[in-house]
Design a protein around this ligand. Structure first.
Ligand code: AMP
Ligand code: GLY
Length: 427
């Protein structure tokens, strides 16, 4: 098989790496890729947000399968443009990607599918939004309906902050069209777990649940980020049979509901769950793998990934088994530019990547890097994700931190507590 991967972050590096290990995959091409991906795949300088350009590239490259990594190309219709050319795609079309692109749409689908989620109000009238705040009480959760670059969700301790959040979206229009509709919802307390299902429109294969660290600083302090680290397995999820539960209670009903609306969901569906005292609840859906969750779940998959993703793309998952899972644990630590998720420098030289990659059990995934002549330099907020495999979460953590410690660049920041107290671990 020849596979084209669309995207160029840490998640796409992990996807390309997993595909190069897949026995049936002969070649991996990635657009636009990054310097790490360039070491294991052919890269093509195409803008992933330009659905026409992606389709044109795919027609020229003739891949057996296209795998779309990030949400933005999916929401922009890359999946549809590729399917229109008759090319098998692992990634939902724009209508299906609305489960991520519109929180109120996701809420409607969950209601129709009978999926356990936070009670909510959604609408466009600021006065009605204030009444919804009365209904739910603090902490208040106020969300822009659309994609707002991770800034559209506010969890507010006080009524005053919550009213500001309502007015920012509905009166001041801070989020533009993405915030023209607002969702106000019940606060869900408990650990968050990410569950990924490989979907073919009706059927699904669930991957081992992952825990991500969203806050910038140790102890879950500081601002929300794209994710500062992750680990897999999550002991609490394994004990509770969360993957099976999610397949039965979340994924299959959601796929059936979408199909009844004329939408076949093909690709990864990401369910963000909260393990509340009253049981698991769905916080949100995303139309893609998590980043950096992909950097810990993909290294644990054994077997032939390419044909499994192709079976999804063809709507033919029924004969495919769930992928075998490596019993080893995986932990990833994100190395970020100082200041992230706020303003940060780029173009800073990076040292030690080769040494880190040489640590047994370690994998170095590039996220925001580029070449400047012969030098590797930073090119974004999240620069690298260093994953470690080990016989226990603690051993995997030692590998990841041991390897990460060999990498240096000016301003490097990272959390020191990734996987230090896994949810549900004994002792
Ligand atoms: P989202 O973009 O919907 O994933 O929200 C970003 C983050 O805000 C989530 O990962 C949670 O940490 C937090 N959050 C969102 N909705 C809720 C909620 N209903 N209850 C508690 N925390 C929430
Ligand atoms: N790490 C969270 C996400 O990818 O949305």
């Amino acid at each position: 098989m020849r596979v084209l991967v669309v995207g160029g972050g840490g998640r796409e590096h992990a996807l390309c790496w997993a595909l190069t290990r897949s026995a049936s995959v002969g070649a991996v091409v990635c657009a636009p890729g990054n310097p790490g991906i360039g070491e294991i795949a052919e890269v093509r300088p195409v803008d992933p947000l330009d659905a026409r350009a992606v389709a044109t590239l795919a027609v020229a490259e003739r891949p057996d399968l296209v795998v779309v990594g990030p949400e933005a190309p999916l929401v922009a219709g890359a999946g549809d443009a590729l399917r229109a050319e008759g090319i098998p795609v692992f990634g939902p079309g724009a209508r299906a990607a609305r489960v991520e692109g519109s929180k109120s749409f996701a809420k409607q689908v969950m209601a129709d599918a009978g999926v356990a989620t936070a009670a909510h109000w959604s609408g466009q009238d600021p006065r009605a939004a204030r009444r919804a705040l009365d209904r739910f009480g603090p902490p208040f959760v106020v969300k822009a309906d659309g994609l707002a670059a991770g800034k559209g969700v506010r969890v507010c301790a006080t009524r005053e902050e919550a009213e500001t959040a309502v007015d920012d979206a509905l009166v001041r229009g801070l989020f533009g069209a993405a915030g023209a509709t607002l969702v106000v919802e019940e606060f869900l307390a408990g650990p968050e777990v990410s569950v990924f299902g490989l979907c073919d429109g009706a059927d699904v294969r669930i991957l081992p649940p992952v825990q991500d660290y969203k806050r910038a600083f140790d102890g879950d302090a500081g601002p929300n980020t794209g994710g500062m680290g992750a680990y897999c397995p999550v002991p609490a999820a394994e004990t509770a049979g969360l993957a099976e539960w999610a397949g039965r209670e979340v994924f299959r009903p959601v796929l059936a509901t979408l199909r009844s609306r004329g939408v076949d969901y093909v690709g990864v569906l990401y369910a963000g769950l909260v393990l509340t005292a009253a049981g698991p609840r769905v916080l949100e859906f995303n139309a893609r793998f998590g980043d950096p969750e992909a950097q810990v779940v993909l290294p644990r998959l054994r077997g032939d990934l390419g044909p499994l993703l192709l079976a999804c793309a063809r709507g033919d998952l029924s004969r495919a088994d769930a992928p075998a899972v490596d019993p080893r644990a995986c932990v990833t630590v994100v190395l970020a530019s100082g200041g992230y998720p706020g303003p940060h420098a780029t173009g800073v030289p990076i040292h030690g990547v080769t040494e880190a990659a040489g640590v047994p059990g370690a994998l170095v995934f590039h996220a925001g890097t580029r070449r400047d002549g012969a030098r590797l330099v930073t090119a974004g907020g999240r620069v690298l994700a260093v994953s470690g495999l080990g016989d226990s979460i603690a051993a995997a953590r030692d590998v990841a931190y041991g390897a990460a410690g060999r990498i240096r660049f000016d301003g490097l920041t990272r959390r020191t507590d990734i996987a230090s107290s896994p949810t549900g671990a004994r002792g």
